[in-house]
Ligand binder design. Sequence first.
Ligand SMILES: Nc1ncnc2c1ncn2[C@@H]1O[C@H](COP(=O)(O)OP(=O)(O)OP(=O)(O)O)[C@@H](O)[C@H]1O
Ligand SMILES: [Mg+2]
Length: 258
Amino acid sequence: MSRFEDKIGKNIIEVKRLSHIYGNTDRGIKNISFGVKPAEFIVVAGQNGSGKSTLFRHLNGLLSPTSGEVWIHGKTVSSNLEYARQIVGMIFQDADCQIVGQTVFEDAAFGPENLRLPIGEIHKRTNNALKQLGLLHLKDQNPATLSGGEKRRLAIAGVLTMRPEVIVLDEPFSNLDYAGICDLLSSIIWLHQAGHTIILSTHDIEKVIFYASRMIIIHQGCIVGDDKPEILLKEVEKFGIREPCLSKLGMNIIPWDK
Ligand SMILES: Nc1ncnc2c1ncn2[C@@H]1O[C@H](COP(=O)(O)OP(=O)(O)OP(=O)(O)O)[C@@H](O)[C@H]1O
Ligand SMILES: [Mg+2]
């Protein structure tokens, strides 16, 4: 039994009536509620400015709610930040802002070093994560010199060394070319098959929808759909999200990368 399986059936994350309004504007997210179960693969779909990044920043306490709360395994994120960040690993929309090391290895090792794990354990976790993400041959390279796709995979490797139960990826495919998207997609599929719960945001659902077990549509800061992707696909264009071509043609969705 994997360490994730003993919690099957219970929500890992519960977002309860969460609102975050920026300053004196009416922008942000409003009254968002949903639960996340182990092994789900959730696509959070919404057009630019709909509130995806704002929502994600609450899942590991980078933003504090205006009202409502996020709970992780029954503990509020706001008063258990360190715990929340061990359970939920975040890959930001901008991979550059996640780089902290002088070399690829140092960068990926930052998390376990911060946890003050024994040196052997740090090396084991870091080498494994770099290997899984196809970056071991670049371990001595300066992260600033990596390609966009490699930077995003490095961000995932860094998160993976912390062994999070949930991996949250905010617009992971932006600015990547076809090969970069295929590489990243196969890494994400592998993470899911390895037992991680995946929450991924995108305004372009075509690439990932085949693999998703659930889609949450966010529009103007509110959830307007939360169901199996096949149930929601015909609805998405009302909310500024492009319906996948195959769905438009009335055909079954097939993997984008095959
Ligand atoms: N720091 C901020 N101050 C004021 N308004 C903000 C701030 N950050 C985001 N917003 C506003 O909140 C709304 C939601 O923004 P958010 O970045 O969460 O959207 P998004 O769905 O992630 O968009 P994108 O697809 O472009 O990444 C937008 O209207 C945005 O202008
Ligand atoms: Mg965003």
